[in-house]
Design a protein around this ligand. Structure first.
Ligand SMILES: [Zn+2]
Length: 261
């Protein structure tokens, strides 16, 4: 059944912000970043990773996000919502068994409340921090998304290298620093080999290659340590590295309905 394992790259539009919000010490010019999310098909059940931006933010950016929309503005259409894009690619939202959240920032909670049969997996530290965030980080968590009714949460208690199906195909590695409970996802595919979804542990290859720090983080020390750890993981299994919001690298990847298998 391994021929059923495939990785699809999707996008819910872009966010417009200033360069300094992405690259610490950067300029005040406008900077657009893609908002990726992913689907993994697996014989034991399909898995959505993050789901991008909630569709409500396309309909009413300031109403749904509040003041943070003055800093990070969602440039997306309602059709970009993850459920619509998933259906367009031929998938049934009812078949999604798990949603994995790298973390719970506003551009990673698009799946919340949209997949009735899915368990939502997140690190407990992230879930708790979303509810108790410091003043400088609180704007990044939209509680209207996280508290949607009917979400079945499965909280990982400080677990590293959590193997979703026990077969090594989808393995979650703690990578804090961008947020306290951030995790990155290694996907091991039958033909394409390993793909490391770094997510926001490194927005761009500038962060991945230690050229600059990201424009948002909760701990610079943890951010640097997580990149070091993930680079070692990627090197060990020669993984294809996918950075989180990288306007230069993102166009080079295959997008749904194309896939990696
Ligand atoms: Zn984030």
């Amino acid at each position: 059944m391994t021929e059923d394992i495939k990785l699809y790259f999707f996008q819910t539009g872009r966010i417009r912000q200033r360069e300094v919000n992405i690259k610490l010490g950067g300029g005040q010019g406008e900077f657009y970043t893609p908002i990726p999310w992913f689907l993994i098909t697996h014989p034991r059940g399909n898995v959505v990773i993050d789901g991008g931006i909630a569709v409500e933010a396309a309909l009413d950016p300031v109403g749904h996000w509040g003041d943070v929309a003055n800093v990070y503005f969602p440039v997306m259409e309602p059709e970009d919502g993850c459920v619509n894009r998933l259906k367009e690619a031929g998938f049934d939202p009812d078949d999604v068994k798990f949603v994995i959240h790298s973390h719970l920032h506003l551009d990673h909670t698009g799946a919340c409340g949209n997949f009735p049969n899915a368990k939502h997996i997140v690190q407990r530290r992230e879930y708790e921090y979303a509810h108790t965030a410091d003043w400088f980080a609180a704007g990044g968590y939209i509680m209207k998304d996280i508290k949607k009714p009917g979400i079945k949460w499965e909280l990982l208690d400080d677990e590293d290298a959590f193997d979703l199906y026990g077969d090594g195909v989808i393995q979650l590695y703690q990578s804090p620093g961008h947020s306290p409970g951030h995790q990155s996802i290694m996907v091991r595919l039958p033909n394409s080999g390993s793909v490391l979804l770094v997510i926001d542990a490194a927005y761009t290859f500038d962060h991945w290659e230690d050229k600059c720090l990201p424009g948002f983080l909760t701990s610079a020390v943890e951010t640097a340590a997580s990149v070091k750890k993930l680079r070692r993981l990627a090197e060990r299994e020669n993984a294809m590295v996918v950075t989180g919001h990288d306007p230069d690298a993102w166009p080079s990847f295959r997008k749904a309905p194309e896939f990696y298998d």
